[in-house]
Write a protein that binds this ligand. Structure first.
Ligand SMILES: *[C@@H]1O[C@H](CO)[C@@H](O)[C@H](O)[C@H]1NC(C)=O
Ligand SMILES: *[C@@H]1O[C@H](CO)[C@@H](O)[C@H](O)[C@H]1NC(C)=O
Ligand SMILES: *[C@@H]1O[C@H](CO)[C@@H](O)[C@H](O)[C@H]1NC(C)=O
Ligand SMILES: *[C@@H]1O[C@H](CO)[C@@H](O)[C@H](O)[C@H]1NC(C)=O
Ligand SMILES: *[C@@H]1O[C@H](CO)[C@@H](O)[C@H](O)[C@H]1NC(C)=O
Ligand SMILES: *[C@@H]1O[C@H](CO)[C@@H](O)[C@H](O)[C@H]1NC(C)=O
Ligand SMILES: *[C@@H]1O[C@H](CO)[C@@H](O)[C@H](O)[C@H]1NC(C)=O
Ligand SMILES: *[C@@H]1O[C@H](CO)[C@@H](O)[C@H](O)[C@H]1NC(C)=O
Length: 483
């Protein structure tokens, strides 16, 4: 019996040793003052969806503090010390300082601060199940959160945009390389300079891609978003306080992330539990027509054409020689100057099914109707085009965007919108009068044919009658009678 008891005790001891060695991580979601995590310890969100800890890159020669999906540790959604790696995981210490900021210390360098949240009065740090690392003060108020300091990834519930009160920008910056999370060449930023904000990718000082403005349902340049609506709920906020875009997972949807990758491509990836891999649902820019400014001002890109760039009706290439060499970036120039109320006046050409042009320098009135929008545009000589700002409710949409200068980066896209481009009436008329002329020509031809056949008939009748008369006269000829 004594033997059995000691055996059992030994088993328990070895079991607990096993358990201890098997779970070296601090499986806790919170960190308080007076506590720290080091080396291979981690914070784990309450539902074990996300983990926070040190991860290696470049064969373990550099270590970074980051947050990743538990199901896919390689999918890092946030990095703290992007510019200042640790040389070894063993030297890292994460602690809440007495000052109230979260700090990453390097023990190999006399506990030098490698990264700080720069916050004050935080008494607790918690990693939440949405992947947000939140610092709160003693009263429970949030004083800092990782969601407001994005790196290269958006996840559900994370805002992308701008706080107009504080000027804080919630933007993405790509990694420099697969082995280097320091800020790379590309940024994904909300452009709030017009009444109709849109998201832009910038690379090496140049705009490379734009999503198009929000049209009430989706970004004008990404009609595919409609196809994911069963999985995600998209929300766009435009108030005097903030301009932001956020998506939420619908109940039962797999986890997902949106990444700005090192080559400047936005990728929406969804976790495929069965295949144990990330599946790319969408990426942008998706083709050459998405390349910002490819066809220049007043150009329009059509990916199904052999030569993708063309000019909007009423415009022709500014530099035909360059266009022939497939450089359309110089754009197009107006064939006939606008009349602005003089002469024959101006009208609008409906360019159907497009990604709306860049909204920079446009104005928005969400309460105007589309008809009113057209009237306003026509009444203001500097207005070059207009479109509905909200396509919800169908019937051509409502609200009013007016453009006052060049129309930049327009393309045809499946599920695109209608853009009404201002042209001198004579440029619109050419099509109308051509049609009119063809109709007239057809009518004249028809008449001519009718006349011809009629006169032929008359001639035949007349001919027949004459022939008949001859025969008659022959019959009645006294000579014939006699012979
Ligand atoms: C990592 O190690 C592999 C194999 O040892 C080597 O081929 C590779 O070049 C190393 N990568 C870096 C970034 O050092
Ligand atoms: C970390 O590595 C870099 C490059 O190898 C070296 O310059 C630096 O002194 C190292 N830092 C520490 C604290 O060992
Ligand atoms: C660095 O900080 C850790 C944790 O706060 C502490 O245990 C250690 O003694 C410190 N080391 C030095 C050199 O101050
Ligand atoms: C904290 O402040 C330092 C010094 O001003 C700065 O370099 C660092 O980027 C800041 N950290 C964060 C997370 O904002
Ligand atoms: C966005 O908000 C601004 C300021 O409140 C407003 O002027 C603008 O019309 C709004 N844009 C849209 C598309 O609703
Ligand atoms: C970025 O995404 C594009 C499109 O999915 C892909 O072709 C490319 O290889 C990616 N680049 C990197 C560095 O992952
Ligand atoms: C294309 O045309 C633009 C302006 O028309 C010019 O500035 C640019 O240098 C040209 N690019 C190439 C590659 O020729
Ligand atoms: C035309 O629109 C521009 C830009 O919004 C504005 O500055 C200008 O005052 C308008 N002109 C008229 C006559 O309304």
């Amino acid at each position: 019996e004594i033997m059995g008891q000691s055996h059992r005790r030994l088993l328990l001891v070895s079991l607990s040793v096993l358990l201890l060695t098997a779970t070296p991580v601090a499986a806790d979601s919170t960190l308080t003052q007076r506590s720290a995590i080091a080396a291979d310890q981690r914070l784990v969100s309450p539902g074990d969806v996300f983990q926070l800890g040190l991860f290696p890159v470049a064969n373990g020669t550099k270590w970074f503090l980051g947050i990743w999906f538990t199901v896919s540790p390689a999918a890092v959604i946030w990095v703290a010390n992007r510019d200042r790696p640790l040389n070894a995981s063993s030297s890292g210490i994460l602690a809440l300082s007495g000052r109230g900021d979260l700090v990453l210390l390097d023990a190999a360098r006399d506990n030098e601060t490698v990264w700080s949240s720069n916050s004050s009065s935080a008494t607790v740090a918690q990693l939440r199940d949405n992947g947000n690392l939140v610092l709160a003060d003693a009263a429970g108020a949030v004083v800092w959160q990782s969601f407001e300091h994005p790196t290269n990834t958006f996840v559900a519930e994370m805002r992308c945009g701008k706080d107009l009160r504080t000027g804080a920008l919630w933007a993405l910056s790509s990694w420099r390389g697969a082995d280097d999370p320091s800020p790379g060449d590309f940024r994904y930023v909300m452009d709030t300079s017009s009444g109709s904000p849109e998201l832009h990718v910038w690379g090496k000082g140049r705009k490379t891609y734009r999503t198009g403005p929000w049209n009430g349902m989706r970004f004008s340049g990404i009609p595919e978003m409609t196809a994911f609506e069963d999985m995600f709920e998209f929300r766009f906020t435009n108030t005097t306080d903030e301009v932001s875009y956020v998506f939420r997972d619908r109940a039962g949807s797999p986890v997902s992330r949106v990444v700005l990758n090192e080559t400047g491509v936005m990728q929406r990836m969804v976790w495929d539990q069965a295949a144990v891999t990330w599946s790319v649902f969408w990426s942008g820019p998706r083709d050459q027509c998405d390349r910002y400014g490819l066809c220049g001002a007043f150009g329009v890109c059509n990916v199904v054409d052999a030569v993708v760039c063309g000019c909007v009706r009423g415009f022709r290439p500014s530099s035909p020689a360059e266009w022939r060499m497939r450089n359309a970036s110089g754009g197009c120039a107006r064939s006939t100057p606008l009349q602005c109320g003089l002469g024959g006046g101006d009208g609008f050409y409906a360019l159907r099914g497009v990604k709306l042009p860049e909204t920079h320098g446009s104005s928005v009135d969400a309460s105007a109707s589309l008809e009113e929008c057209g009237r306003r545009c026509l009444a203001n000589c500097s207005c070059t085009a207009y479109a509905a700002s909200d396509i919800r409710g169908g019937g051509g949409g409502s609200g009013c965007i007016q453009w006052f200068g060049e129309l930049m980066d327009t393309r045809f896209v499946d599920g695109g919108q209608d853009l009404f481009v201002r042209l001198a009436m004579s440029d619109l008329d050419t099509t109308k009068s051509k049609k009119f002329l063809t109709v007239i020509a057809a009518v004249i031809a028809g008449f001519a044919l009718l006349l011809l056949s009629l006169s032929f008939l008359i001639w035949r009748k007349f001919q027949r009658r004459r022939m008949g008369g001859q025969i008659e006269s022959l019959v009645h000829s006294p000579c014939l009678m006699t012979s």
